[in-house]
Design a protein around this ligand. Structure first.
Ligand SMILES: C[S@@+](CC[C@H](N)C(=O)[O-])C[C@H]1O[C@@H](n2cnc3c(N)ncnc32)[C@H](O)[C@@H]1O
Length: 196
């Protein structure tokens, strides 16, 4: 299965970033870093054929593809990953070489999330939104398990985008893992546990 997670953040802003206070100085880039690690890591290796697309309103789109990234030098803790991600965004902005940044194999795109969703839907991907209120995931995950290409759209720390008109217009099925609100990174692990 080709499994992709999409997460969009309107809050991430690295202009006042300091490693001493990541949540407060980056608009919660820490949430994004935790989601990247939750998607890619599987014990001491990367998951196969898995991607996470990060849509940052202020900084562009970053695609982490487990088939392109090097596990050995990939930053495996939230602090290191966030710091390298900030440097990647800064270098992208000033168009200078990424040098030895272990994230240099991360693909960078200007594609916005709605455009990307339409592209994947048109190319036959099965797309689902994960939200606290929706169809019971555990009633349909067997069916999803048999699919070849799947995308899950997940909310950031506030999840506002999931209620946006633009997204709802696409009429994408909404799945819930119960009414309790989990961290986005925990939901990703639960999905992988059940789907992979
Ligand atoms: C921390 S939650 C977002 C906060 C939450 N929406 C709120 O109103 O406080 C992060 C994201 O994880 C996903 N999520 C959290 N709990 C979930 C659940 N029980 N079922 C499905 N998705 C869930 C949703 O995509 C949500 O937007």
């Amino acid at each position: 299965m080709n499994l992709i997670f999409f997460i969009k953040s309107a809050s991430v802003d690295i202009n006042k970033y300091t490693i001493k206070n990541i949540p407060g100085s980056s608009g919660r880039l820490d949430v994004i870093s935790r989601c990247i690690l939750a998607v890619l890591l599987n014990d001491n290796k990367f998951e196969k054929k898995i991607q996470i697309w990060i849509f940052l309103d202020k900084h562009g789109t970053f695609i982490f593809d487990s088939e392109l990234l090097e596990y050995e030098n990939f930053p495996k803790n939230e602090l290191l990953l966030t710091d390298y991600l900030v440097r990647l965004i800064q270098k992208k902005k000033s168009r200078i070489e990424f040098g030895d940044n272990p994230l240099r194999k991360v693909q960078i795109s200007e594609m916005r999330i709605i455009e990307a969703l339409k592209k994947f839907i048109n190319s036959g991907y099965n797309v689902f939104i994960l939200k606290e209120n929706g169809q019971d995931f555990f009633k349909v995950f067997q069916k999803i398990h048999s699919k070849k290409d799947v995308i899950f759209v997940i909310g950031d720390q506030c999840g506002n985008f999931l209620n946006s008109e633009d997204l709802l217009t696409l009429k994408i099925p909404i799945l819930s893992l119960g009414t309790r609100s989990y961290l986005a990174s925990s939901i990703i692990r639960l999905i992988k546990l059940n789907i992979l």
